[in-house]
Design a protein around this ligand. Sequence first.
Ligand code: ADP
Ligand code: MG
Length: 238
Amino acid sequence: KRDNVDIEKLEQDVAQLDSKNAEFKNFSSLPLSEPTRAGLKANHFTTLTDIQAKAIPLALKGSDILGAAKTGSGKTLAFLIPVLENLYRAQCVGSDAGLGAMIISPTRELAIQIFEVLRSIGGKGHLFAAGLIIGGKSLEVERQALTRMNIVVCTPGRILQHLSQTALFNVDGLKMLVLDEADRILDMGFQRDVDAIIEYLPPERQTLLFSATQTKRVSDLARLSLQDPEYVSVHEAA
Ligand code: ADP
Ligand code: MG
């Protein structure tokens, strides 16, 4: 019950958020759930980086995002906070709720890093079931884990294998797709895998695409995967 009251209040605050004009400096000025606030606090995150300040308010309101900012600028939280919050407000939580978010990373190492950040931010009261699908375990073990996940962090080849081979892997309720390090995903030759993955996903989802560089191939992928996106980029000071 208490949760429902909190969620209604959050919905109102997000609806009223002026994501295009207001300038957000601290996480405390954003409409975030208590578990996310607690996770940020436990990790001593107080001030948003530039890319976070631009992307998070828009993403909280449901926009598709094409985000570009150099390595080290804080892109991970720029997508993980909206994933946690948008699923929380949608109450896509628990083993019966199904898969709500898919986060695609070019390499296993980067996927593990994202998962660790997700655990450290999301582990303070959030009840999501999250997992990694990056190979290295049997398909059967991964398959069973997948059926209970709300958030999956994965590499393109492995998740495509599940989408094409696992009849019970249902992504119809997927609300968010994140393509992290999209430039590297493409450099590593995963274009066709990502195209194929997108074919399986419901078109009304929200998609967040982040990249360190803006290239022709990234904008081609953006055209294919995003709907009416907000362009968010942070340039280095000259
Ligand atoms: P990117 O994906 O853009 O390369 P990361 O998301 O990996 O960047 O973040 C780079 C570093 O900055 C990490 O060590 C992370 O903990 C730190 N960081 C991210 N956001 C903040 C923040 N708001 N305040 C302080 N440090 C942050
Ligand atoms: Mg990154």
